[in-house]
Design a protein around this ligand. Structure first.
Ligand code: GCV
Length: 705
């Protein structure tokens, strides 16, 4: 085919997983058509309208015909509504125990009784919207409808994207173009893209978005910007998404020249009360504030000798009367404290357990350092039972090859969720901590740092949207598996072709381990190049903060490699429950994929494979490269299964990934070899370049800084 025509016919990725291509299996299509012969969907309301619109649009695409809307429930083949919008739903509510699915859940049935109509019933408009999206998911993945019986209710109350978007539209750690929020043209021009963003989020059940960077600009709290925020909130509302803003702690001083922003000062208290009132006058369902305080240069309560809890409570009190909450980040560490950064948040926050207002929660990163390719779970999970705890993941790939490398994060998310904190005995998983199952909190949530920008396909790499998708699906139901999420994302995003799905799923599931192995195997961490964090930089040292350098973390010397966090070192391990400590404190029981996280290990140490640490390091780095290569070769076998545009895009990016996996491996091994003094085993490929070449290599203008 002419390459120009081929490009025109390619899918540009804009529709994400909401592609409603015609069901091309004739019998299945007929069966679906029979179910949706006539749809009874009464009631007015913005979310019901959004649901109806989505269904209409989707069925036209999937079934090739506009749905027939039926006024009479008795004559309809499919019923949709809430007990207040639909008498049919009201009459079924008790039999279906609808109350049990709560305010946001739904029941979706292919048939209410044998041969009878199908239905989507929920207690709220939002529930109906989520139910419609669940039904569409079933159709897109070609589920048989007769047996379809979904009964879902989200396991977390807040399912939130955190955008690190600046007011100049740059995005900190963003790799997919400029911010979706076009502040300059808002509120007068509101791009329809925001509606599509809302649809994609609602299809996953994401119900909150913090619009602005946690490294905050106080200006967003001024009246002209609040008008712009209002315009965005108005578009998101029908899709069940509440807007949050980041609050710069010294905003009273910065914006209104108050001589202090001390949280206990009456003028400051009044300032925030007034500000919050002003916000709610424009955005009645405003969610609240997300705050990074006294961390990496951000102002905070400690500037005034106050605790993190006193800071959070200032804002919580102002928000309380309006139903808003404070999401206070636990990512705090202090340049003045010479302590292992791993320990600092725990040391600072645990003594404050019980001091936070009921509408304040702590948002804790999955690990104690910073979104590394692999980290053990953060010791704060389970350590503050009186404080609601949100889990924060980074969807954007700051430390995982930005939007250039294919790294499916489902397995990383699951590894954290399934990690056993042992705080209340075996089985006290992070999942149970954040769902409130252990400490019975109702203010529960999960946040993901967004990877979304204004690039046509939203996230840059055609596979990066899978991470937005996986985050959203797990925020709704953290018990889903990474495998099933990959499977449904592939079917919805590309095709139901079984050969494609099986091979691409394999690529996805292998990709995170590949990245860990070619970047930071065996528990190594923070080896990335300075500042932009793209590519290897194990030699990075001597920066303004020691704990921003690689040498601080890997501690390579002639004796060995790794950070001793046991009793003989920083003893960060003591922050975990005794069972977790026992497992990790000994070289022979510590899982090898975290060995160098917790131990400084002699180069000659015998690993489970029988090899020395040095040889094992060489083998694992090399295995990472092999994995990247097989991702690439497997992809090549899929040519023709999907449109040429996306196939080719992924192919080229995988070529870069293979090259850069090798770069990572060669640079790191040559560097660590200067300490081990041992040869790279002969069975393995020799490095392609010299250490000097790798060390002096510079990448300029990497996005996202
Ligand atoms: C928004 C890391 C990133 C920063 C980010 C910070 C945070 O340090 O490199 O860009 O700042 O995490 O999570 O606050």
């Amino acid at each position: 085919m002419n390459p120009l025509t081929e490009r025109e016919q390619s899918d540009d990725g804009y529709r994400l997983w909401l592609r409603y291509e015609r069901v091309d299996e004739p019998r299945l299509c007929e069966a679906y058509r029979a179910v949706f012969r006539s749809i009874h969907f009464p009631g007015a309301g913005d979310s019901l309208d959004a649901a109806r619109h989505e269904l209409d649009h989707a069925l036209r695409g999937l079934l090739g015909a506009a749905p027939q809307w039926e006024e009479s429930a008795a004559a309809a083949s499919f019923l949709i509504g809430t007990p207040s919008s639909s008498a049919a739903c009201a009459s079924w509510a008790e039999a279906l125990a609808l109350a049990v699915v709560g305010d946001e859940g739904f029941v979706v049935r292919g048939e209410l009784s044998r041969g009878g109509p199908g239905a989507i019933f929920a207690n709220s408009e939002r529930g109906v919207l989520y139910g419609v999206f669940a039904l569409l998911r079933a159709l897109q993945t070609r589920q048989p409808l007769a047996t379809l019986n979904l009964r879902e209710r989200p396991k977390l109350a807040l399912r939130m994207l955190n955008h690190w978007d600046n007011l100049d539209r740059s995005i900190e750690r963003g790799y997919a173009g400029a911010s979706l929020w076009d502040w300059h043209k808002l509120p007068h021009y509101v791009t329809p893209r925001i509606t599509d963003y809302a649809r994609a989020n609602a299809s996953l059940g994401i119900n909150a978005a913090a619009l602005t960077n946690v490294n905050a600009n106080a200006r967003v709290l001024t009246e002209p910007y609040l008008q712009k925020v209002q315009a965005i909130a108005d578009v998101l509302r029908p899709y069940g998404i509440r807007v949050f803003l980041t609050a710069r702690f010294n905003a009273p001083s910065e914006l209104d020249r108050l001589e202090t922003s001390d949280p206990l000062d009456a003028r400051v208290v009044a300032w925030w009360q007034h500000k919050v009132k002003q916000i709610y006058a424009r955005i009645p369902d405003f969610g609240g504030f997300l705050v990074k305080a006294n961390s990496e240069g951000q102002p905070g309560p400690q500037d005034f000798g106050r605790s993190q809890a006193e800071g959070a409570n200032l804002l919580a009190r102002a928000l309380e009367p309006h139903g808003g909450i404070v999401v206070w980040r636990a990512f705090v560490y202090d340049a003045a404290v010479p302590e292992d950064r791993h320990k600092q948040a725990f040391d600072e926050l645990v003594p404050l357990d019980g001091q936070f207002r009921p509408n304040a929660c702590l948002q804790t990163k999955n690990g104690a350092i910073d979104f590394q390719p692999r980290e053990p779970f953060h010791p704060l999970f389970g350590a503050m039972p009186k404080t609601p705890m949100f889990l924060e993941f980074q969807i954007t790939q700051e430390y995982l090859g930005c939007a250039t490398h294919l790294v499916y994060l489902g397995p990383l998310f699951k590894e954290t969720l399934d990690a056993d904190t042992h705080v209340a005995g075996p089985g006290s998983t992070v999942l149970k901590v954040i769902t409130g199952a252990l400490a019975k909190h109702t203010l529960t949530g999960m946040a993901g740092v967004s990877n979304i920008g204004d690039e046509r396909n939203w996230c840059g790499h055609p596979f990066a949207a899978a991470n937005w998708y996986a985050f959203g699906r797990l925020a709704w139901d953290p018990e889903l598996s990474a495998e099933s999420i990959a499977d449904e994302w592939l079917r919805r995003t590309f095709t139901n072709d079984a050969r494609f799905v099986a091979a691409a799923q394999r690529i996805m599931l292998d990709s995170r381990e590949a990245a860990v192995e070619y970047m930071t195997p065996l528990g190594l961490h923070h080896l990335m190049a300075e500042s932009h964090h793209y590519g290897p930089g194990p030699w990075v040292t001597g920066l303004e903060r020691d704990d921003w350098t690689a040498t601080y973390y890997h501690r390579a010397d002639a004796a060995g490699l790794g950070f001793d966090r046991t009793k003989t070192g920083s003893n960060a391990i003591a922050q975990y429950a005794p069972a977790v400590q026992r497992k990790h404190e000994r070289l022979d029981t510590c899982p090898e994929n975290l060995l160098l996280w917790f131990h400084h290990v002699p180069w000659a140490h015998r690993m489970q494979s029988g090899r020395s640490l040095w040889d094992e390091l060489c083998y694992v780095y090399s295995r990472g490269v092999e994995r990247a290569r097989s991702m690439h070769t497997r992809w090549l076998t899929l040519e023709g299964c999907i449109d040429a545009g996306r196939f080719e895009h992924v192919r080229q990016l995988l070529e870069i990934q293979v090259r850069e996996a090798r770069w990572w491996r060669d640079a790191c091994l040559l560097y660590f070899q200067t300490f081990s003094g041992r040869p790279i085993p002969e069975a393995l490929e020799p490095p392609q370049g010299t250490l000097e070449e790798y060390r002096t290599h510079r990448d300029y203008y990497v996005p996202g800084i």
